[in-house]
Ligand binder design. Structure first.
Ligand code: F6R
Length: 245
């Protein structure tokens, strides 16, 4: 496990994007795993810059997103499909049909999850996965207690996650209580993982995930078992780490 501490949020994003650009340059038809939320915005800004200014080519790239709220259509402003289209895909030369975001309104959400897993397999697996970390240590919507063998499935969101994410909605009652989420086992199969965090509110989760024991109560700690994980964090998120990196 590598830990890279950057001065601020923008530098964190530039550093994280570098790993994605490297994978795409080496393998133009790379398969990327992507995340939503506040944390990846600076990473996506940098990927857009690399595309516009340095010709980083996404024409053969395939993507899979970590999660989607159950019950939200792709054109809902808080859906993760909408987030990805507006914050990344619409600004790249990626083919929309190669961008996979779970549908929050599938007739059969369980079947939707199974098909998603099959699509990842058919694409040859995820070459590089971007992750954020929740205030409670979750990755994707794998909340504390999630099994490390879990696959893409319908999950219940914890009260803490619903409250954390209510900042994007008009009121807390509008936040869906369930989501479709890639599983821990699915994430651990990615060949390379880049996990990003900024802000002091993430410092505790970051410290216990990197320096604490591997426990299912802190899903991100399970990443210690993966052979190619890079934490890219800003100084505030690194503030509770005891070791120097
Ligand atoms: C998003 C996701 C979540 C977020 C996490 C942090 O696709 O899977 O695990 O990465 O909740 O969210 P932010 O970045 O908004 O602090």
């Amino acid at each position: 496990m590598k830990v890279i501490i950057k001065e601020d949020y923008a530098a964190m994003g530039k550093e994280a994007a570098k790993y994605f650009a490297e994978v795409i340059r080496n393998k133009p038809n790379a398969v990327l795993g992507l995340a939503t939320g506040s944390t990846p915005i600076s990473t996506y800004k940098e990927l857009i810059r690399l595309h516009e200014e340095e010709g980083l080519d996404f024409s053969q790239v395939t993507t899979f997103n970590l999660d989607e709220y159950l019950g939200l259509t792709g054109d809902h402003k808080q859906s993760y499909r909408y987030f990805m289209d507006t914050n990344l895909f619409n600004r790249l030369n990626i083919k929309k049909e190669n961008t996979n975001v779970l549908s929050g309104v599938a007739d059969n959400p369980e079947a939707e999850c199974r098909e998603f897993e099959e699509k990842i397999k058919a694409a040859g697996g995820i070459d590089i996965q971007l992750l954020g970390i929740g205030g409670n240590g979750h990755i994707a919507f794998n909340e504390p207690g999630s099994s490390e063998n879990s696959r893409t499935r319908v999950v219940d969101l914890t009260k803490e996650t619903i409250e954390d994410n209510s900042r994007f909605f008009e009121k807390v009652e509008d936040v869906p209580t369930q989501a479709l989420s890639m599983g821990m086992g699915t994430i651990l199969e990615a060949k390379k993982i880049v996990i990003i965090a900024n802000k002091e509110s993430k410092a505790k989760g970051v410290a216990v995930s990197i320096e604490g024991p591997v426990i299912t109560d802190v899903p991100a700690s399970i990443l210690q078992k993966h052979s190619d994980v890079i934490w890219v964090i800003d100084k505030s998120a690194a503030s509770l780490l005891k070791n120097s990196y």
